[in-house]
Design a binder for this molecule. Structure first.
Ligand code: CA
Length: 245
């Protein structure tokens, strides 16, 4: 393409597409190694896939704002129309079946039911917050009001030490999310104790000092979103142990 401006404008998507491809190829190697019974090679390939997917998930597209202010690195380049995420999620489940303790596996929260006071946009149903799949997400059909919440109820009470809420489309780029909220835990689903609050990041991760008997958790809106942003939640997970670093 003999058009330098076009190349420059599309470069973030070209680079992200290449990183996705490298990650998916590493997952392919991972599955081939599992098939051959070589767990060491599978684990090594899985770690490489995690690295490439993390690179592909970075915000590398600049944003020319309505106010005319140009900002670098504001938007995650979306490539593959969600198919790459779907393939990656399925490949991780193949690894989980063979090597459930592999550190590259995405954290899977304790079995839970997800609900919300918010309306649902299209088929982005609340249960997609707790299906262990980062490629699926709940999406509200409007901006949240003060007091709205997303909530999960565990199938049974657990002593938990770790909570992770993954909002918007990536862990490191703000988007549709609860901008101002408190994370609350409950032993009985009735009375609540504050455990943390949001800091503007789409990723809310909390490691508790000591295990807390928990039946339910919710992220409750305390102030309106700026810009009338809606809410996306890819996963809302509780775990007894934090994932390995
Ligand atoms: Ca999900």
């Amino acid at each position: 393409m003999a058009e330098p401006g076009f190349h420059q404008d599309t470069l973030p998507w070209i680079v992200a597409g290449a990183q996705w491809a490298e990650g998916l190829l590493a997952q392919h190697e991972m599955m081939a190694a599992l098939h051959a019974g070589d767990h060491g090679a599978a684990s090594e390939a899985a770690a490489r896939a995690v690295e490439r997917f993390a690179l592909a998930g970075r915000a590398t597209v600049p944003d020319q704002r309505k106010d005319g202010v140009y900002k670098e690195d504001q938007i995650v380049p979306v490539v593959g129309g969600g198919l790459f995420e779907a393939f990656a999620a399925r490949a991780w489940e193949v690894l989980r079946a063979a090597l459930p303790g592999d550190p590259s596996l995405p954290l899977r929260g304790l079995p839970a039911t997800a609900t919300t006071t918010l309306g649902t946009y299209r088929d982005h149903a609340p249960e997609l917050m707790a299906d262990g799949d980062l490629s699926t997400f709940f999406w509200s059909d409007g901006a949240p009001a003060v007091g709205d919440e997303v909530r999960i109820d565990l199938e049974e009470s657990h002593e938990i030490t770790f909570v992770r809420v993954q909002m918007a489309r990536s862990d490191d780029t703000a988007g549709d999310q609860i901008q101002h909220g408190v994370l609350e835990l409950s032993a009985d689903g009735q009375s609540w104790t504050e455990a943390a609050s949001t800091d503007g990041s789409p990723l809310l991760e909390v490691t508790l000092d000591a295990p807390v008997a928990t039946q339910a958790a919710r992220l409750r809106v305390t102030r309106k979103n700026e810009g009338g942003k809606w809410v996306q939640v890819r996963e809302f997970a509780l775990a007894e142990e934090p994932p390995e670093a």
